[in-house]
Write a protein that binds this ligand. Structure first.
Ligand code: ADP
Length: 217
């Protein structure tokens, strides 16, 4: 069984938890995964360490040696109660670095109050991202930290063939042109002299409303 230090405890082997556990395993990290469903335990037991246990049960948490882990991912989305009880048990066991999957705003509020360090609203985040893409404004979209986003857009008409410096992009919009891609050519890192050709794809970092102003100007 994986133990201590650098190992990561993953609770819940649904689509989300199993993807996290598999990625950690592929990255060479020790994983101990736990699920109360024996079918899932059997499915993953050849890939990484898995035990069958119900983590809402304090005794089970103790038996798997949760107290030896500093990092845990709680990927229980099929019951807020089970998620909250599990996180409470792990916090009591001294696991400090908890990544918790949230399924709703209410769930997020409870997890924040409990002191879960990282809260992942996977479905809400994916929905937001798809909304931006379907709206057609962005070619790609990643939310970084809070309101900051990195987006891929076509060069706005008003910027065509200007350099980043000539357009005073940072001063006027507060955004950073991370780079530009002319179709068929390599990525160019963005600086003052980067030309934003018509038809280029630009990678832009900034606050959403700053980026939107840049696009619409
Ligand atoms: P996804 O939406 O990512 O597919 P689910 O919410 O369907 O995830 O899956 C959650 C997983 O967590 C299920 O496999 C379930 O058996 C497991 N699970 C739920 N409660 C507990 C618990 N108390 N202890 C251990 N595993 C649990």
């Amino acid at each position: 069984m994986a133990s201590a230090g650098n190992s990561v405890l993953v609770v819940g082997l649904g689509r989300f938890g199993s993807a996290v556990a598999q990625t950690l395993n592929d990255l060479g990290q020790d994983v101990l995964a736990v699920d109360r469903n024996p079918v899932l335990v059997a499915r993953w037991s050849n890939v990484f360490n898995v035990v069958e246990a119900d983590m809402t049960d304090v005794l089970a948490v103790d038996q798997i040696g949760a107290q030896d882990f500093t990092k845990a991912v709680v990927a229980i989305g099929d019951g807020i109660e089970a998620s909250v009880l599990t996180i409470g048990n792990l916090l009591d066991a001294g696991v400090t670095d908890i990544w918790a999957k949230s399924v709703s705003k209410e769930h997020t509020r409870i997890l924040q109050r409990m002191g879960a360090r990282h809260i992942i609203s996977a479905e809400a985040d994916a929905g937001k991202r798809v909304g931006h893409l379907v709206a057609g404004e962005y070619l790609d979209y990643i939310e970084i930290e809070g309101p900051y986003t990195v987006v891929k857009i076509h060069t706005p008409a008003s910027m065509a063939n200007k350099t980043v410096g000539q357009a005073h992009v940072r001063e006027r919009y507060g955004i950073t042109i991370v780079g530009a891609i002319t179709p068929g050519l390599d990525f160019r890192h963005g600086d003052e002299d980067t030309v934003m050709h018509r038809g280029d794809e630009l990678i832009v970092l900034g606050l959403q409303d700053q980026i939107d102003r840049f696009i619409r100007d």
